[in-house]
Design a protein around this ligand. Structure first.
Ligand code: NI
Ligand code: MN
Length: 242
């Protein structure tokens, strides 16, 4: 290998692929690894076309214990053998259901993995299991790799802590909740996009049930008029992000 080939290979950015499975559940393919966030598929009427057995995961990241983020975690963890990254409480709760491959973390912590790093960050929300028991603190994740960085907010209000994320790393794109009622809505998500210094936002946690219905056209227009981009995926849709 000559030096030019070496440099080109070393610095070439590979694409990051994002697939939507409905609600706040996304698959992200980065450096050939599949990351799956907040699996809620079989209980989501709108995600009926998704075959949960075909969902790929090398790593499963779970932001908090609410049912609409964890409902398919045991099934998919057992199908795929994915390493589950979440709070101490969630990893232990899953262990009780036979999910052995877990890695417990908490807010502020970072783990180095084969594709890059995952850092757990603050989410302003609550977190309990479907049976009502305590599930630790809710969190978001900053994923870093040489193919780019992204932020997955989980369920959260707009919080000034998001400024730290924008100062900490260049964020290429971010998953933000936009459904309001339980999390921030569209207007607060626009402010969050300023805080994290990232204008390319993938919307999540909207239109799945009555409390979080929004006017999606109006949301996309608001983002566009302010020079931001709100990407709303169809369920089952995959897009290449860079
Ligand atoms: Ni929640
Ligand atoms: Mn939720």
């Amino acid at each position: 290998m000559n030096i030019r080939t070496f440099n080109r290979d070393k610095f070439r950015k590979n694409s990051v692929k994002v697939t939507y499975y409905g609600h706040s559940c996304f698959g992200v393919e980065i450096k050939g690894k599949h990351l799956l966030f907040d699996p809620f598929i079989t209980y989501n009427e709108q995600a009926k076309a998704i075959d949960v057995k075909k969902v790929k995961a090398d790593y499963m990241l779970i932001s908090h214990g609410h049912e609409d983020h964890i409902a398919d975690a045991v099934t998919i963890a057992k199908n795929t053998g994915a390493k589950v990254i979440s709070s101490w409480e969630i990893v232990n709760w899953l262990k009780g259901q036979g999910v052995e491959n877990g890695h417990p973390m908490n807010i502020g912590g970072k783990i180095k993995l084969d594709f890059g790093d995952i850092k757990c960050v603050t989410a302003q929300h609550s977190s309990s299991f479907p049976d009502g028991s305590y599930a630790g603190n809710p969190m978001g994740f900053v994923v870093e790799s040489t193919d780019g960085n992204f932020y997955y907010a989980g369920d959260t209000a707009l919080t000034y802590d998001m400024k730290l994320i924008g100062e900490y790393r260049k964020i290429n794109f971010a998953f933000l909740p936009i459904g309001d009622n339980f999390t921030m809505g569209v207007e607060n998500a626009m402010i969050a996009s300023d805080f994290i210094n990232c204008r390319r936002i993938i919307g999540m946690h909207y239109n799945t049930f009555g409390y979080i219905k929004i006017d999606t056209k109006e949301a996309v227009d608001k983002f566009q008029k302010s020079g931001r981009e709100l990407m709303l995926f169809g369920i089952g849709e995959t897009r290449t992000m860079n």
